[in-house]
Design a protein around this ligand. Sequence first.
Ligand code: SF4
Length: 208
Amino acid sequence: MEQTEKKVKLAVNGGISFGAKLNAKQLVTIAEYMNDGDELELTTFQQLYIEVLESEVEWVKEKFAEVGLACYPVGSFVKSLRTCNFCKGAEEEGMPVAIELNKRIAGKQVPFTLRPAYTGCPVGCGEPLVNDIGVMKVKDGYDLYIGGKAKGKDARTGTLLMEQLTPEQLYEVVDKIITIYIEHGKRREQFSKFVTRFGLENIRESVI
Ligand code: SF4
């Protein structure tokens, strides 16, 4: 019987920039790695899902990186940071901070898929309050919300955990929160449920 090689799902996007966009070269590159009948899945989290042969994963990642495509694992990992369009400018809206935060946390293995979101001003186009970890730039500081949930009958907005953080404080606190979740979350326990069970105040005390 013919043995078919296992395929691995990759989440792909064009990295953090002015909106979730792909250029023609990136689209052509993605299409090159698809066969007739293959499908590309669009997610609500600014990612495309593509399946590639297990033996070709690293090679495909390299080829994608050459045209500026970022690849992330699919499953119980921290997703790439969902962002707004930075309509008022990269520096003013903290794009370098969003890029650095994404670099530090995306792809970490966690008890259940964790969705972080970032938005460059209080208009909130990146919807940070309905995601697991939400960052909102307000004036010169970064406000941090946790425990939001967009799906289900128990959908809710996140709670403001800390406000007016500096970039370094933000990276450190988000990193500590994810570590607490990794160490104390039950297998497949959603982050919003973990926040309720573990306790917002316990998390606050642990990160200060
Ligand atoms: S959140 Fe603010 S900076 Fe970002 S796209 Fe919306 S209005 Fe522009």
